[in-house]
Design a protein around this ligand. Sequence first.
Ligand code: NIG
Ligand code: FE
Length: 408
Amino acid sequence: MMTKLIGPFKEIITLSGASIQGALTEDDLGLIVNGGVLIEDDVIVEVGDFERLKKKADTIDRIKEDRILLPGLIDSHTHICFGGSRAGDYAQRVAGSTYQEILKNGGGIHDSVNKTRAASKEELTDLVKARAKRHLQEGVTTIEVKSGYGLSVEEEIKMLQAIKAADAKIPADLISTCLAAHVCPKEFDNHKDYLNHIVENLWPELKKQGLTNRIDIFTEDGAFDTELSADYLSKAKEMGFDITVHADQFTSGGSRVAVDAGALSADHLEATSDSEIKLLADSDTVATVLPGASLGLGMHYSPARKLLDAGCCVAIATDWNPGSAPMGDLLIQTALLGAAEKLSIPECIAGITFRAAKALNLTDRGRLIKGSLADMIAFPVSDHREVFYQQGKIKPDRVWKSGVCVVG
Ligand code: NIG
Ligand code: FE
């Protein structure tokens, strides 16, 4: 088997020994100066001093200018499979309507449902592909993508098939999630009946067609209450799905449901209070914060500092969607959250690498260590602090996915 050495890099941020939960300091970066990465096929064999590794390499991919290397970024929460735009919602919100009022009046998510249903599977595939490609160019090598604008058996399957088709067309890994429980569609007037319909008619099809092994629900006033959510999630668990929850965005309750159900992650958490922070910290559920939604809705950030200090595993994701978070720039959003919430640079990086991997139940990526996938991104700077200091505006100019250079 051939080995290839990539380097030298001014700095390699390996994150080799950084804890999966709690606060982190500069010591947790696992920083290697003048380092190289030795890979074999798609996997890292060794990370260390470039000169020393030269002797072990069959070939060398020599990096000529000053660069730093990080693990490929992981965006563990997106809704990039959608048709149309919600610019109209934005105009209404800045004129004074709230996100929830717009939803209650039949707009918001329902508007995206109409537009997504109107798109063909091929059109949706192209839209997902284009958005994922932009993400990959900005260093995001693993992207979670939710359904949830179909809200019927056929339309949810169409979305998940489009995500699967897009995954096959681009080097980034797309991890799909079924969010049929986003809101109750207009065709049903009873929330419980709708969820039962999904459990009985959609889930077996997801298994049969291998469309996803993840189930999500929006637990919120105007979406699904805590009781219905708990019941839905326990059925999902029984059927062997991994579960995740849209929790505590406007009102609290969802994070408790997530922890009780053994969810991989509870996402949003803008309305999370101290008692729920403790609950999350004592659990195995990742606390995922979504600064893009706070920016989009002009509301406060989730309490990332408090979550970390309490001992939570905090992931940071874009929530890229047509309504609350249309920007979809993981680095900029992480940098803005970090500045506002006083997160250390290692806490920011951990949130979009190995801690985000945990939210997706992936153990093969997120750190630059022996045995991990060679998903790596190089920035044209010589000091890692530049990336967040420059507010995420500097993008990687080389990206490797599974050992293959896909950008640069
Ligand atoms: O995570 N809050 C619920 N769902 C998405 C937004 C979806 C939309 O507005 O289209 C979110 O913010
Ligand atoms: Fe979301």
